[in-house]
Design a binder for this molecule. Structure first.
Ligand SMILES: NC(=O)c1ccc[n+]([C@@H]2O[C@H](COP(=O)([O-])OP(=O)(O)OC[C@H]3O[C@@H](n4cnc5c(N)ncnc54)[C@H](OP(=O)(O)O)[C@@H]3O)[C@@H](O)[C@H]2O)c1
Length: 232
């Protein structure tokens, strides 16, 4: 029987590349995001995409959309939450900070809880969240972004401990990309930039080997180590 996966944030970037790769690996797919036209265009060329749903993480009804997707697939092996947002905000305006928190914190947690509850009910599953190396240290020009990614990583860790305690075969993976060449990459001088295809390939490898934490690309683990010891 084919495995099934739901990818939230599959309209562009890393999520879209993950949809392509998981399809090649034989997964049946449900994909979601706000730009449903982009999702439909992708689905029209891929018969393994069985569900396309419009979903806005900032809306409470997104939980119901995910529940309905899981129900339609009957059982889901993998849920990837790739959706996220972030803004360079040198003026410290409230709107971009609030949007980041609503999407990456409240929206993310709402869907992570929905996926975990479904996994516990069906007795298995794998949750993947796309956090960031930005989780490791506050950023002067995007304070909400780094803080929201730290929330994601810590939340995923909590869910991992919960899964272990349950004794059920439920896995939780925290993906921490460095720079990936997508619309989200907003740095002035990015370095070690990965293509979305390379990032997706490393994420799929991490999913298949059941990794807990993965840096994309791998050398960003060095930056993690450095940031732990750099003074503020
Ligand atoms: N690119 C990087 O350098 C980098 C580095 C570290 C971490 N990340 C993380 O990687 C993830 C994917 O980003 P990306 O680089 O692939 O950029 P992207 O191409 O801009 O993708 C962002 C995805 O998030 C979705 N999204 C944003 N707001 C949403 C909302 N309110 N509701 C539902 N979906 C929403 C977008 O879909 P719609 O607009 O269609 O809704 C899109 O599919 C993000 O969580 C990002 O923080 C990226």
């Amino acid at each position: 029987m084919s495995k099934s996966a739901i990818i939230i944030g599959a309209s562009s970037g890393i999520g879209l590349e993950l949809a392509k790769l998981l399809s090649e690996r034989g997964y049946l797919l449900g994909i979601a995001a706000r730009r449903v036209d982009l999702l439909e265009t992708h689905a029209s060329g891929d018969p393994r995409v069985k569900l396309v749903r419009q979903m806005d993480l900032t809306e409470p009804k997104s939980a119901g959309v995910l529940e309905e997707m899981i129900g339609s697939l009957e059982s889901v092996d993998l849920v990837v939450i790739s959706s996220g947002t972030g803004h360079l905000n040198p003026d410290l305006a409230w709107k971009p900070e609030a949007e980041t928190i609503e999407t990456n914190v409240t929206g993310f947690a709402r869907l992570a809880v929905t996926a975990m509850r479904a996994f516990e009910k069906q007795g298995h599953g794998h949750l993947v969240g796309i956090s960031s190396v930005a989780a490791l240290r506050g950023a002067a020009e995007a304070p909400a972004y780094g803080a929201s990614k730290a929330f994601m990583s810590r939340y995923l860790q909590g869910l991992h401990f919960r899964a272990k305690r349950s004794g059920l075969p439920i896995r939780v993976t925290d993906v921490r990309p460095g720079f990936v060449d997508t619309a989200m990459m907003k740095a002035d001088k990015p370095f070690w930039v990965a293509t979305p295809a390379k990032a997706a390939a490393q994420i799929v490898e991490a999913i298949e080997s059941g990794r807990r934490i993965v840096y994309v690309s791998r050398r960003w683990a060095l930056i993690d180590w450095l940031l732990r010891y750099l003074p503020e």
